[in-house]
Design a protein. Structure first.
Length: 202
């Protein structure tokens, strides 16, 4: 089984991107990056050896608008979708490896096409630490068979199954960890206003 990582990078610090990638380095076989053309660490990303590095103007857009493009660029049997400020904990890594190595029953059942992971969202406090969790369990479909899932491009939407009769399974163990990144308070407000304006139009 070949697994492709899909990652959209807007303006996240390189250290945050690196933490995300470290959490999947023993799992994925292919890395597909889509990067904002004004990203200040564009050349540095090459050290992570992406199989495809797509550069676009991402200004005024949200990540959901780009998910399908990365899926189309992927060659893996399964797709793993993460954001740069997310990473897999050790138990989530183990769960995916069991599927990849054929040790999970769902790996052998064609009716199962995706795994839903709970996500722990940590907000940053004034002192810069990540101190409290919101919206748990915030279930996320981020690991699925290629060709079975798509996004419509709506803000904060869950991806959809192309065939609703197919099955998903909730991970028995493991989480996606989301340490919400905002470069500055102005950046936080800019992102908030962008998402709000797009939600109004939906």
């Amino acid at each position: 089984m070949k697994i492709s990582l899909n990652l959209v990078i807007f303006n996240e610090p390189l250290s945050i991107v690196e933490r995300c990638l470290r959490s999947v380095e023993d799992i994925v076989d292919e890395k597909i990056f889509l990067v904002h053309e004004q990203y200040s660490h564009l050349e540095d990303l090459k050290k992570f050896k992406p199989d495809k590095l797509l550069i676009r103007n991402l200004s005024g857009t949200v990540v959901e608008e780009w998910r399908n493009l990365l899926i189309d660029q992927s060659s893996g049997d399964w797709i793993l979708v993460l954001d740069p400020d997310e990473y897999l904990d050790h138990e989530a890594q183990r769960s995916i490896l069991e599927i990849k190595n054929g040790l999970s029953l769902m790996a052998k059942d064609p009716e199962y096409v995706g795994v839903v992971f709970p996500r722990k969202n940590y907000e940053r406090t004034k002192d810069g630490n990540y101190a409290y969790m919101v919206n748990y369990p915030d279930l996320q479909l981020r690991f699925f068979k290629r060709g079975e899932v798509y996004w419509t491009g709506k803000v904060h939407e869950m991806p959809r199954l192309k065939d609703p009769s197919k099955k998903l399974i909730r991970a028995v163990r493991g989480h996606i960890i989301h340490n919400k990144f905002h470069e500055t308070m102005n950046e936080w407000w800019r992102k908030f206003e962008l998402y709000r304006s797009k939600e109004v139009k939906q």
